[in-house]
Design a protein around this ligand. Structure first.
Ligand code: ADP
Ligand code: MG
Length: 319
């Protein structure tokens, strides 16, 4: 089972940033309002994610670390309409198999917190307010071949910050802070969506982009299309979300690119933020273990709507 977990870890955990992404997903699923990410040596030495979410009851702590243990879906029909970021019950087990993991949590109404050491399974009393802290130390210490593929601490840190940035753009209602070696790297307080965009991408992005918002039937698209000025300092900053989940999708990228080609006659690396809200039954998020890929039931409609939204926004900037 240890080996199977390590193989699963290979699909879910590529580098410290993958751990950050999964832990922040869990914090958001737990209803956190404030999330702290604390890193040492680019996250390779340690990653701590603290939240003020619902917490995990003591008796469920050992279960949270088990493979395929998820509290989020109860049946296969739920899988057709997942609303949470997580649902596979894989991440904690996979991460624990390639690191030293400590989990501390206090559920609402519990007399105190509990902590569990993933390796020994030992459960102890601990002190903390409601919520959960997950500490991941010495990533890939037992799999030196994987550890060798990690880049410099500075590069790994940049990927970790980018992972938090992706979450922060989608959840302006949640406060985020990132620390490295005890120093505050970035902090975004809970704010309106526009304020969060400005905080994360820079105030000039707001003036150098055009907002759009279209909604019809089970599909709504909104966001901001960056003008050429925006791309100058932010080439390749492209954020696409489907039902709040950051995704990379060729179909969507193509739709956006063709809009930029039509209106601005080929802008190579446009900068944009796109939120797609769609009936969960019309999109499959269970395509890849990292959930970064999705499959639409009606890809053509999504393509058309995204393309139109960008053509509209960009064309209005020219008149
Ligand atoms: P998944 O998110 O797919 O359910 P994970 O392995 O990421 O699987 O987490 C396993 C379980 O541990 C979750 O279903 C949840 O019950 C619990 N859990 C993990 N992190 C947190 C957290 N920060 N707050 C509350 N519960 C958590
Ligand atoms: Mg999860």
């Amino acid at each position: 089972d240890e080996l199977i977990s390590q193989i699963a870890a290979g699909e879910v955990v590529e580098r410290p940033a993958s751990v950050v992404r999964e832990l922040v997903d869990n914090a958001l699923d737990a209803g956190a309002r404030q999330i702290q990410v604390k890193l040492m040596a680019g996250g390779v030495r340690s990653i701590v994610v603290e939240d003020d979410g619902c917490g995990i009851p003591a008796e469920q702590l050992p279960l949270a670390l088990k493979r395929h243990a998820t509290s989020k879906i109860a049946s296969l029909t739920d899988l057709e309409s997942v609303a949470t970021m997580g649902f596979r019950g894989e991440a904690l087990a996979a991460i624990a198999s390639v690191s030293e993991m400590l989990l501390a949590s206090r559920a609402e109404g519990a007399a105190h917190a509990h902590r569990i050491d993933a390796r020994s399974g030992e459960l102890q009393a601990a002190a903390r307010a409601r919520g959960t802290s997950v500490e991941v130390r010495e990533l890939f210490f037992s799999t030196p071949a994987r550890r060798k593929f990690l880049k410099t601490d500075a590069t790994e840190l940049a990927h970790c910050v980018e992972a938090v940035r992706r979450h922060a753009l989608a959840r302006p209602d949640v406060g985020f802070a990132i620390w490295h070696e005890g120093k505050l790297v970035d902090q975004w307080r809970a704010a309106s969506s526009e304020q969060r965009l400005s905080d994360v991408l820079g105030a000039d992005f707001i003036t150098e982009s055009r907002a759009f918002e279209h909604s019809a039937g089970p599909l709504a698209v909104s966001g901001r299309a960056g003008l050429p000025e925006a791309a100058r300092s932010r080439a390749d900053m492209q954020y696409v979300y489907v039902n709040g989940r950051y995704v990379r999708d060729k179909l969507i990228a193509h739709a956006v690119r063709s809009a930029y080609e039509d209106v601005l006659h080929g802008q190579r690396q446009p900068c944009y933020v796109l939120f797609i809200e769609i009936d969960p039954e019309r999109v499959d998020v269970n395509v890849h273990p990292t959930k970064i890929e999705v499959r639409f039931r009606d890809g053509r409609e999504v393509h058309q709507r995204v393309r139109h939204a960008f053509v509209d926004a960009l064309a209005s900037s020219r008149s």
